[in-house]
Design a protein around this ligand. Structure first.
Ligand SMILES: Nc1ncnc2c1ncn2[C@@H]1O[C@H](COP(=O)(O)OP(=O)(O)OP(=O)(O)O)[C@@H](O)[C@H]1O
Length: 239
């Protein structure tokens, strides 16, 4: 069986723009002249990261704030392009990345289910078969015909999670998924992930909770300023 995900020498550079503080007069003149005060810096958020995730494996992505975890997940999900290197995914990937990504605030919850699923590569007829269970899992029956812009962040998270897990992806990418939402729903999500893992789903989980990572993952990677410092099994070199 081919690996679920292959990450080959992935680097990502961002351009940071620094605007020095300017007085009102300078700002006003800046409207007519090119702003010469802007400084640009090339910032390497990921530096030559490589790893392989075998099918059915679960990988915990660890690292301090700003170490590049979300950038890496977004590249794996195809939301961002790497500056160098490449990612190969074998199977359907469902990214649970940031609130609102893959949703349209003007559309209703119901319409967003179809929009979101189409971004994962699911056909409308496949979604129709599962829409009932998606709505049921989200516990948003009452609000499903309301525009998403009127949802709280917890409600948006519920809908995103319900779509991702009920479409039975081969690979789930989860970035701090459980930072939003109430305890009961969090537990339900964790149970669902555990069940999907038993059925062979691969997982990449970004979490600051060591407990969560050791519960769900067999491997971990630690990033530090965009560099992969450690790549090991949970258990060894873990504590
Ligand atoms: N679009 C962008 N433009 C410029 N810099 C960015 C962009 N996205 C991320 N960065 C920078 O890249 C670095 C890595 O960010 P990233 O969000 O991947 O870190 P993280 O490990 O997920 O952090 P956290 O734990 O806080 O979520 C940070 O320094 C961040 O400021």
């Amino acid at each position: 069986m081919p690996p679920a995900i292959i990450v080959e020498h992935v680097s990502k550079e961002f351009i940071l723009r620094h605007n020095r503080a300017m007085g009102l007069k300078t700002r006003f003149l800046g409207l007519f002249h090119k702003n010469k005060r802007e400084k640009r810096e090339h910032f390497l958020a990921l530096d030559d990261v490589s790893f392989t995730l075998e099918q059915g494996e679960a990988l915990g992505l660890l690292g301090h704030n700003g170490s590049g975890k979300s950038t890496l997940l977004q590249i794996i999900a195809g939301i961002l392009q790497p500056s160098k290197g490449r990612v190969i995914a074998n199977g359907r990937v469902a990214p649970l990345i940031q609130l609102g990504v893959g949703f349209n605030p003007e559309l209703t919850g119901y319409e967003n289910i179809f929009l979101n699923a189409s971004l994962y590569g699911f056909l409308n007829k496949e979604v129709k078969k599962r829409v009932k269970s998606i709505i049921e899992f989200s516990e948003l029956e009452h609000f499903i015909d309301t525009p998403l812009k009127n949802y709280s962040s917890g409600m948006q998270m519920r809908l995103g999670f319900a779509v991702a897990v009920n479409l039975q992806p081969d690979i789930l990418l989860a970035d701090e998924i459980l930072a939003v939402g109430d305890q009961a729903f969090q537990d339900k999500c964790l149970d669902k992930i555990a069940e999907m893992r038993k059925n062979g789903m691969s997982l990449i989980l970004v979490s600051h909770s060591q407990e969560q990572v050791s519960k769900f993952c067999d491997h971990f990677i630690r990033l530090e300023r965009g560099v992969m410092l450690e790549n090991g099994s949970i258990g060894e070199a873990w504590e």
